[in-house]
Ligand binder design. Structure first.
Ligand code: ADP
Length: 175
């Protein structure tokens, strides 16, 4: 499913993030940037050791911020590593931090001349963010960014599970 927002396209697909041919992939990283499970592990496996080398050089990333590396062996030229919030109860700044992940990732893309970006559903795996609420925040934040930044021509959300795709589909209808 896709929607046109001004000059840009916002789309959701079911699939594997690591196989996308966008200019950049966004990694749901952890603050150490030393790799991990879930989509983080999949990106490092598919992209090879170069990405981890660059991550170790950077040294880490605070929650809600983003850092850039090259894409190693991935089709994507760049990986934007962002650190989502661990969900407690929603009253510990989680919504603001999650929105910040999407915004800061896109800011890095704009600064680097990256035009097409693929995101996973940040924080909804090991970090436990409820999917429905996370989907709404993700899509709303990206939509607001694209309205101000036509230089980003495509944002694609790549959902690994059908249930995640369905939640994003519902959310996309209402943002
Ligand atoms: P977090 O620690 O931010 O919660 P996870 O990697 O544990 O990150 O999960 C984030 C989301 O990424 C989950 O919905 C998970 O199902 C999904 N995911 C895992 N592997 C992939 C992949 N290869 N492509 C896209 N999404 C993936």
């Amino acid at each position: 499913m896709q929607v046109k927002l001004g000059q840009s396209v916002l789309e959701i697909v079911e699939g594997d993030l690591t196989r996308q041919d966008t200019d950049a992939l966004v990694n749901a990283a952890n603050p150490s940037l030393r790799g991990g499970g879930g989509v983080d592990g999949a990106i490092h496996r598919a992209g090879g050791p170069k990405i981890l080398e660059e991550c170790l050089q950077i040294g880490g990333c605070p929650t809600g911020e983003a850092r850039l590396t090259t894409g190693g062996n991935l089709k994507a030229r760049y990986v934007i590593h962002t650190v989502g919030p661990v969900y407690k109860d929603g009253s510990h700044g989680e919504p603001q931090l999650l929105a910040s992940c999407y915004r800061e990732s896109l800011k890095l893309a704009s600064a680097k001349g990256i035009k097409t970006v693929a995101f996973p559903s940040i924080s909804t795996g090991a970090y436990g963010y409820p999917l429905k609420e996370a989907a709404r925040i993700a899509l709303q934040t990206v939509k607001e960014y694209l309205a101000q930044h036509p230089e980003i021509t495509l944002v694609r959300f790549v959902l690994f599970e059908k249930t995640a795709y369905e939640e994003y589909e519902e959310a996309l209808k209402s943002v």
